[in-house]
Design a protein. Structure first.
Length: 388
């Protein structure tokens, strides 16, 4: 059996808000104690972070408490943005859940951070599971962390987000740290993962025929910039929509998949263009033979992409109810992008039903695309753990 519940409180001192949120989480879980408590708080909670943690532990009885600060926080009830002192708590009790937590302080001083973490969690994820990572922005090197984890463990799904807020901090049992990496390896439950990169493809997918490092020179033997212009012209209402949308490169992750659909691409920024040669620079290494399709990102595309991702998650759940989940949302989304409150959690409820969910608005997200882990921006990364 999996028992889980969430609570959210705002507008009080951090420890009082944590007390209120913890009581609500435990009550909604229907159990008298938790094995794991996940806590996210706004940055202004830092001065009373230790007291906050003691409140959570005292109420939930959880031997493991883990979390960090966010630019905003969320639960299945609502999203909190631009409100003072907010705390969200997820309480989970499950005999099958195996959790191995870790806290690495002064992460920027560790050249082998991913290798060190892998040594601690290797036994937990040896036969499946996932890893949640909550690094501070200070000293964070996502590419090195993911590369070292992959080298040591092979492919294990890595999810999470970079802490955010006026003061960034990480939470681990009774400790509140800055510049650290907090996280937990989870096994015993099979995660179902969805990644919404907020984009919709435009034009057609074509093969890169000349490239070097992160520069695409030619696509389908034509200048890359010319192919981008053609893709933009194919967009209905292009002149109006392109003024408020970002344009990106979508790199196909599975060379054998056809046809390619939304969600099959790793979306990366276009970081430069050479009008003379027609070359485009991308914020990712590219290679000859790789398929690329340009993408646009605006509120409409992000909404459609999230719906598509949630429908895919629902299909993979195959009728099972999510017991609990985490949602890592980019600080560049939320009300600022969609113009309405609670946009993403409302869609999650509509598509997947009502279940305990916790998350925060971060400074970049970790999530796999295909069978590789990546660091993303402007993305919503969802992991749910279904009932048996």
């Amino acid at each position: 059996m999996i028992a889980a519940g969430t609570g959210l409180a705002t507008g009080s001192t951090a420890d009082d808000a944590a007390l209120e949120a913890s009581l609500a989480a435990l009550e909604r879980s229907g159990t008298d104690r938790a094995d794991l408590a996940v806590v996210f708080a706004t940055g202004d909670a830092y001065p009373r972070a230790h007291e906050l943690l003691h409140s959570v532990r005292r109420v939930t009885g959880a031997p493991l408490v883990l979390g960090c600060s966010g630019g905003g926080i969320l639960t299945d009830r609502r999203e909190v943005e631009d409100e003072p002192t907010a705390v969200a708590v997820l309480a989970v009790r499950c005999e099958r859940l195996v959790a191995t937590p870790f806290l690495v302080e002064r992460q920027g001083e560790r050249q082998d951070l991913g290798t060190e973490v892998a040594q601690r969690i290797g036994g937990t994820v040896a036969e499946g599971g996932c890893v949640l990572v909550l690094p501070d922005a200070m000293g964070c090197n996502p590419a090195a962390l993911l590369a070292q984890l992959h080298e040591a463990l092979g492919f294990v799904p890595v999810l999470g987000a970079v802490a955010a807020g006026t003061t960034m901090f990480e939470l681990y049992n009774t400790d509140a740290a800055c510049g650290a990496l907090a996280g937990v390896a989870l096994s015993g439950l099979q995660p179902v993962i969805g990644v919404a990169q907020g984009c919709t493809p435009i034009g057609e997918p074509f093969v890169i025929t000349r490239a070097e490092a992160n520069v695409i020179h030619r696509i389908a033997n034509r200048p890359a910039l010319e192919m981008l212009s053609e893709a933009i012209r194919s967009l209905p209402g292009a002149e109006t929509r392109i003024q408020r949308a970002g344009v990106f490169a979508g790199l196909a992750m599975d060379p054998a998949k056809s046809p390619l659909e939304r969600g099959d691409f790793l979306v990366r920024n276009l970081v430069g263009a050479d009008q003379a040669s027609g070359a485009l620079a991308v914020a990712e290494r590219v290679r000859v033979g790789q398929t690329v399709q340009f993408q646009i990102r605006d509120a409409e595309a992000s909404r459609d992409d999230l719906r598509s991702m949630l429908d895919d998650v629902a299909a993979r759940l195959n009728g099972r109810r999510p017991a609990f989940g985490c949602y890592f949302d980019c600080a560049g989304r939320g009300r600022g992008l969609f113009g309405v409150p609670d946009h993403d959690v409302t869609l999650i409820r509509e598509r997947l039903g009502d279940f305990p969910l916790i998350g925060f608005f971060g400074n970049g997200e970790f999530a796999p695309v295909g069978r590789r882990n990546f660091f993303h921006n402007y993305t919503g990364a969802l992991v749910v753990f279904p009932e048996a």
